[in-house]
Write a protein that binds this ligand. Structure first.
Ligand code: GAR
Length: 213
């Protein structure tokens, strides 16, 4: 039985998708805790109502990134996670933090990496005039939005799209992609070799949702 700890900063819809998939697909895993760096994160309510332990490590209460990251490690290690899941967690992590959870911490990013790292990915995709956009699940390394790519999902960019419309389309894709990838981890199907991810099962690491309008 593997233990997951999910880190959020806000709405937590990806966390919700993961919790629901874990229960409905009967993963041999449990979500041991949801940790937020913001006391007002909406996702904490969902976790509490689903009897999942919640912890707030408020970054505002710490004097600098190192102190915050050390507190986060202490909170995380209480639950001895096999996998740390970043789900809309919007704080930069220190190299020491990233090293501690090397190859057992993943993130979902709302773009087709390596395009559009950082923030405002949907507006930047629209401004650049791309025809496809999407989401990437990757292992976390010290370089922001840069770790080994595990899987990607693609949606079309349609004429008339606003950043909000495109974000909603990508988010629906994230909710499908992220639980699928976490399940591969739980089933020991993922290997990292020379910074590239290999998947033991013959399943595609690419999810097309070209009809996701
Ligand atoms: C998601 O779109 C996720 O990809 C993004 O934040 C949103 C969180 O939504 N993450 C990042 O931008 C990380 N760089 P959620 O709280 O509803 O899951």
């Amino acid at each position: 039985m593997k233990k997951l700890v999910i880190l959020i900063s806000g709405r937590g819809s990806n966390m919700e998708a993961i919790v629901r998939a874990c229960a409905s697909q009967r993963w041999p895993a449990s979500v041991a805790a949801v940790i937020s760096n913001r006391p007002d994160a909406a996702g904490l309510t969902f976790a509490t109502t689903h009897s999942i332990a919640t912890v707030v490590v408020d970054h505002m209460q710490f004097d600098g990134r190192d102190a915050f990251n050390s507190a986060l490690i202490r909170a995380l290690d209480t639950y001895e996670p096999d996998l740390v899941v970043l789900a809309g967690f919007m704080r930069i992590l220190t190299p020491a933090f990233v090293k501690r959870y090397s190859n057992r911490m993943m993130n979902v990013h709302p773009s087709l990496l390596p395009s559009f790292t950082g923030l405002n990915t949907h507006q930047r995709a629209l401004d650049r005039g791309v025809t496809v956009h999407g989401a990437t699940v990757h292992f976390v390394t010290a370089e922001l939005d840069y770790g080994p790519i595990i899987a990607q999902g693609i949606v079309p960019v349609l004429s008339g799209d606003t950043a909000d419309v495109l974000a909603a389309r990508v988010l629906r894709l994230e909710h499908e992609l992220y639980p699928r990838v976490i399940r591969w981890f739980i089933e020991d199907q993922l290997r990292v070799c020379n910074n590239r991810v290999e998947l033991a099962v013959t399943k595609t690491r690419l999810l097309f949702r070209l009809d996701a309008i």
